[in-house]
Design a protein around this ligand. Sequence first.
Ligand code: SF4
Ligand code: SF4
Length: 305
Amino acid sequence: MESINYSMTGTVFDIQRFSLHDGPGIRTIVFLKGCPLSCQWCSNPESQKITPVIMYRKDECLHCGRCIEACKRGAISVDNETFVDRDKCIGCGECANVCPAGALVLKGKKMTVQQVVNELKKDATTYRRSGGGITLSGGEPLVQHGFSKELLAACKAQGWSTAMETTGCASEQVINEVIPYVDLVLLDIKNINSEMHKKYTGVGNELILKSAPLISQISETVVRVPVIPGFNHTEEAITAIAEYAKMLMGVRTIHLLPYHTFGENKYDLLGRDYQLQEIKPLSPEDMEQYKQIVENQGFRCVIGG
Ligand code: SF4
Ligand code: SF4
């Protein structure tokens, strides 16, 4: 068996314990930084850049000015429209260290494989009893592919079940390196129309549609579809995804993830605009209709997932 590099580091922005989503049983989700996509509905916009990012909660701010003094880059000023100048900020976290109010929070920190495994071990009994395990999410875990592979190998060495949420937007080489260590892949297929895909996520879908067959050959795969009004909430778009999924070996289940606005406030904390402000969430009746379309194509369909 290959030896595992426990000292390899990756950039992690969150570890959530006791999740009932994103795989069977009770799971711990490890969120990794970096994503090749920038979906307009992304509920983790702090994940998109691979480097750490600062979030600023202006309601908490005491206007003491300590952060302005601490920032060697001159990135913070009351004259900046969004307080932190994102072009100057390098995500060093010095401002957050001195902020007495917790108004500045750094999202993303370097951790070794061993440090993450130590965190995960806290719930090892729960994984065993519930049939759960660990799930890598992000961001896109395949961006930090070397770290993901070592972490997954370390989890397998502990006997834990592994899952990964992925956009599939990665090279064949990266997929062959990482996916063999994943028991269950939750693969997003967002739109078969590449132009629409590019307009709403920043990238075309060519690489994703090329990767999906390979991923589903290597590991058990569930296709996931975020259902977004104006982007893919039509009968044609959902049917096209289900028809595509029929060509993926062993895919039996499709999850439809209804559009929500849980991450909307984070855009403000990052000094960014949320572009889907006018969009209203879909009704349960709408989602049932899409579910029916997917089931008619022969899949088991779950709303949520
Ligand atoms: S993270 Fe570093 S560079 Fe960015 S605003 Fe804070 S102190 Fe300045
Ligand atoms: S250190 Fe914190 S409380 Fe003080 S001005 Fe900066 S963000 Fe506000």
